[in-house]
Design a protein around this ligand. Structure first.
Ligand SMILES: Cc1ncc(COP(=O)(O)O)c(C=O)c1O
Length: 444
């Protein structure tokens, strides 16, 4: 826990300790509740899970007025790189920003082998919209393959068919926490000289043959929105396997600046005032040299401190998520009328939700089931954008589809997911399993 600047001041320390104790007491009295649903026992599909330590860390960070990005962000980036097994991480303000930064990095002219407008990028038909948006935002063409009927993720069998002389990258998510074989995608990418962006937003804690998801792409992304495995409210992160690539991402996150000084640091390059750059006056302050067309997508220290506290609990969260998923699976895997989406062979999931597709034996349609579930106090969600080609966002945009996308269409029409997040107890899961099974087999 960060200490105040003036630890010698006994009164400051005393106040700090009192605030810490009061925050813990407040947390215990409110039983840590963060859900704002008007029905207290409603089984939300997702939600933030904070303990007293997280709350206290947020309160102390506010007390320290650590409101912009600084050392806590750097510490969190290091801890995350270690967790994922990547060389470098660049924290940012959302998972969508992480995907944008990852793709912008690959399109940056300073990067060897960068992607040019008009290039094709292979992605799955069933994605979160902002996995696909950066491809379009950078003038590239998404090449959309169908979802795998077993996992709902990118169908690896379709990759060869999607390839063309213009293909430059694969970008796809481990949707809802059940991984696809990203190791196979990386082999495919390497054998064709492609970049691979692994959207790991839904899958922190998952693995492929023991190696963490998020470590297979040249770049990978995470989201820290409350639905995700660890949260800071809003937040995200890009991880990169190469420090050179990470430097481009960091620059793009930080206004496109050339300087690589950490926040609050000056003159790391030892030549801040004596550079000669074409077009700029001699000695122009290196801190204000912009070598890329960038953004400001930074994370604050307050968020990073909450995330550091959350990260300590990440394995425990995954354990509960997977336990909850298994309870539902016991009720639903053999239930007629429903196909449960599972993870690929050889992978260890870190479930974000329990997803399934209804078939013709189901007694209710998907929307009838959603209404009945609401009445039963069970929140549900469709599988993100469904078939992304059916979404208005793709209208009038250049995209290429591989085949008729029958699985994605089925997911759009009949797919649904319910929660497994750690805010749900085993009792909740048994209730949900029984209720869902009955609704699908009896229609009531
Ligand atoms: C797979 C995936 N990618 C990206 C995102 C975007 O993350 P954020 O909401 O933090 O922008 C999400 C959001 O849920 C997601 O599920």
């Amino acid at each position: 826990m960060t200490q105040p600047d003036n630890p010698g001041n006994a009164r400051t320390q005393e106040i700090r300790t009192q605030i810490q104790q009061l925050s813990t007491e407040y947390h215990e009295l409110t039983r840590g509740q963060t859900t704002r649903h008007h029905r207290p026992d409603f089984k939300m599909p997702s939600g933030a899970c904070f303990d007293a330590e997280d709350r206290t860390e947020a309160v102390l960070a506010a007390l320290d007025l650590e409101l912009s990005g600084g050392q806590a962000v750097v510490d969190f980036e290091r801890a995350l790189s270690k967790t994922i097994g990547m060389r470098s991480s660049i924290a940012c303000n959302s998972g969508s920003s992480a995907n944008l930064l990852a793709f912008a990095t690959l399109c940056d002219p300073s990067l060897d082998g960068h992607i040019e407008p008009g290039a094709e990028v292979i992605t799955s038909a069933v994605e979160f919209p902002t996995t696909v948006s950066p491809i379009l935002q950078y003038g590239c063409v998404p090449v959309i393959v169908d979802a795998d009927p077993k996992t709902g993720n990118l169908d690896l069998e379709a990759l060869e068919d999607a390839l063309s002389p213009r293909t430059r990258a694969v970008m796809s998510a481990h949707t809802l926490g059940g991984p696809y074989r990203a190791d196979h995608v990386r082999e495919f990418a390497d054998s064709h000289g492609l970049w691979f962006v692994e959207d790991n937003c839904d899958a922190l804690g998952a693995d492929i043959k023991g190696r963490p998801t998020g470590s297979f792409g040249h770049l990978s992304s995470l989201s820290f929105y409350p639905a995700h495995h660890i949260t800071s409210g809003e937040g995200g992160c890009v991880s990169a396997e190469s420090v050179q690539v990470a430097a481009v991402t960091r620059s793009l996150r930080d206004w496109g600046r050339d300087c690589w000084c950490a926040p609050g640091e000056d003159n790391r390059c030892m030549s801040r005032f004596d550079r000669k750059l074409p077009g700029l006056p001699e000695g122009f302050d290196h801190k204000y040299v912009f070598s890329r067309v960038g953004y400001n997508l930074k994370m604050s220290d307050l968020q990073a401190r909450v995330l550091m506290s959350q990260l300590q609990k990440s394995d425990a969260f995954t354990e509960v998520r997977n336990r909850n998923w298994k309870i539902l699976n016991e009720y639903l895997s053999d239930t007629p009328g429903i196909d449960v989406l599972t993870s690929a062979e050889g992978t260890g999931p870190s479930w974000f939700g329990f997803a399934f597709i209804l078939d013709e034996q189901a007694k209710l349609s998907r929307s009838q089931l959603q209404v009945a579930l609401e009445e039963a106090g069970i929140g549900s969600r469709v599988v993100f954008a469904g078939n992304i080609t059916a979404q208005p966002m793709l209208r009038g945009r250049r995209a290429r589809t591989i085949g008729d996308l029958p699985v994605a269409n089925r997911i759009t029409r009949d797919g649904l997911w319910v929660g497994v997040y750690p805010g749900l107890s085993q009792e909740d899961m048994h209730y949900m399993g029984k209720r869902i099974r009955k609704l699908i087999t009896d229609g009531r």
